[in-house]
Design a protein around this ligand. Structure first.
Ligand code: C2E
Ligand code: CA
Ligand code: CA
Length: 401
């Protein structure tokens, strides 16, 4: 039995043959109701009658095509998780997926026709119930609550390991902020970081994460684990005279060598004073910290920034990495990114490694490190410590020292 229970599925597809094939796959996967519509207009009508739990949407159709259907869905707030299907090339499918996401729709992914059961199962297994869906249902938390959380120590780091792709050696961990809410449990950063950014509290968040990370580093070092910790640094923080001294002061107090901290910077394009931002980045490098360009390959992390900022590491965005084998058109872009990074002597990290296929593909193309659910999900410090012990035990026989 697949790990998802989808009761009501709508298939919008003009070809009777493809529609029947899709319907029988859905029934096999346990859907209790499958509705079909033969064109975009009819599909929208079915959705207005009742929102399905999942939509399989073809692109080429009479009356309204798949692109127009997505546009109407966004306009009319028909929030249904979508799988885009088409017999056309991957480039087109992926462009439409991207368009849907830009419109704010929960797009699970794209599949080439004829649909195959295993591809559908794999896609649903990966996407059903996480990010695309949950992100939509989320509301931002209030600024007063978040302020309280910051002041009362409820914002804690989770740690996600970064390993080499060729032999799984542990190379570091990224610290990801979580709100450990006394009643609501763990709250993800998408629900509080936008508010912190709007209120001007993200620098405070970075310093708080750094402080906790340095303490944790010392504790792990006592157990023989010495790995670099990566801290996310918003481009909004790259201004003023205080950031570098504040960071250095924490480092001095902890006596952890600077090379064990890497700052991951995203969206440097939005830094309003570029010269000032570059100056701060350069001073961080001079102090011995690593500097990583995050989400490379998305709209924000561009080639131009790569040449302007003194980065030491490049993190390839997960949109280019996850299910890369199903997206052959990305191969040439990935090859160029990795080659570019190598020429610039930057280490490369593939984010969003969700399957062994993702891992092998990126490894074969020369990307040195990876991070993702297939390796491990972000964990709190005690669980990370346990994971490291198990991981070391598992890879030790392969690499005698
Ligand atoms: P990011 O820096 O790109 O972090 C990677 C995100 O991808 C994390 O989401 C991580 O949990 C998730 N992830 C890891 N492996 C996989 C995978 O295999 N598949 C998929 N689909 N996702 C994976 P998270 O923890 O929800 O963080 C979201 C974003 O929030 C981060 O994106 C980062 O931009 C921001 N953030 C997190 N902590 C901080 C922080 O302390 N300061 C700042 N300024 N931003 C932070
Ligand atoms: Ca990051
Ligand atoms: Ca990233």
């Amino acid at each position: 039995m697949p790990p998802f229970a989808i009761a009501d599925i709508l298939i919008v597809e003009d070809s009777l043959l493809h529609s029947q094939l899709a319907a029988s796959l859905c029934l096999e996967l346990g859907a209790s109701e499958v509705r079909e519509a033969r064109d975009g207009q009819a599909g929208l009508e079915r959705m207005r009658e009742r929102l399905p739990e999942l939509l399989l949407l073809d692109l080429e159709m009479p009356r309204l095509d798949g692109v127009q259907v997505l546009q109407h869905m966004a306009r009319d707030n028909l929030r249904v998780p979508v799988i885009v299907t088409s017999g056309k090339d991957y480039m087109l499918i992926s462009a439409v997926e991207q368009m849907g996401r830009e419109l704010g729709l929960p797009i699970l992914g794209g599949l080439k026709k004829p649909l195959r059961k295993q591809d559908l199962v794999d896609l649903l297994r990966r996407r059903w119930g996480h990010d695309a869906l949950s992100a939509q249902a989320e509301d931002l938390c209030s600024d007063t609550e978040i302020r309280l959380a910051l002041d009362s120590g409820q914002i804690i780091p989770y740690y996600q390991p970064k390993v080499t792709l060729d032999n799984g050696r542990l190379k570091g961990a990224e610290m990801l902020a979580r709100w450990n809410h006394p009643d609501k449990g763990i709250i993800p950063p998408s629900r509080f970081i936008p508010v912190m950014e709007a209120c001007g509290w993200v620098t405070e968040l970075t310093l708080l994460m750094l402080e906790q990370g340095l303490k944790q580093w010392q504790e792990w070092a006592r157990h023989g684990i010495r790995i670099p910790l990566s801290v996310n640094l918003s481009a909004l923080s790259l201004k003023g005279d205080t950031l570098v001294p504040e960071i250095e002061a924490r480092l001095r107090a902890s006596r952890v060598p600077a090379r064990y901290t890497i700052f991951e910077i995203t969206e440097t394009a939005v830094a309003d004073n570029l010269a000032e931002a570059i100056g701060i980045a350069a001073r961080l490098r001079l102090s011995g910290f690593g500097l990583s360009i995050d989400d490379f390959g998305t709209g924000f992390a561009t080639l131009q920034q790569l040449t302007r900022f003194p980065f030491t590491e490049l993190k390839i965005d997960q949109s280019l990495v996850t299910s890369v084998c199903e997206k052959p058109h990305l191969e040439v872009i990935l090859n160029s990114i990795i080659e570019l990074a190598q020429r610039m002597q930057l280490s490369t990290v593939a984010e969003g490694i969700e399957t062994v296929a993702d891992l092998e593909f990126m490894g074969m193309r020369g990307c040195s490190m990876g991070q993702g659910y297939h390796i491990a999900r972000p964990m709190d410090a005690p669980r990370f410590g346990d994971w490291v012990k198990q991981h070391l035990a598992a890879i030790q026989p392969a690499q005698p020292r």
